[in-house]
Design a protein. Structure first.
Length: 75
């Protein structure tokens, strides 16, 4: 994901499902970040931790995708 001043954001994924997953959670995380920062300075993930988190997200993104598809079907 990249934020471009005056242009918005661009997200990529290896599939449509991954791009939607990242866009959805980027929005949620952006809303939560200023709240969390009121608690103090953040501790960022180390590169190895970020790799592990990405691996986990790739394994569970289909679950989120199916949930969102179901919500669209209900609408």
């Amino acid at each position: 994901m990249v934020l471009m001043r005056g242009h918005g954001a661009t997200l990529v994924g290896s599939s449509l499902q991954e791009a939607v997953f990242r866009a959805t959670y980027a929005t949620i995380n952006a809303q939560l970040q200023p709240i969390a920062m009121q608690l103090g300075d953040p501790t960022y993930l180390a590169p190895e931790e970020a790799t592990q988190a990405d691996s986990l997200h790739r394994r569970v993104l289909n679950r989120s995708w199916e949930f969102w598809k179901g919500k669209l079907g209900d609408a």
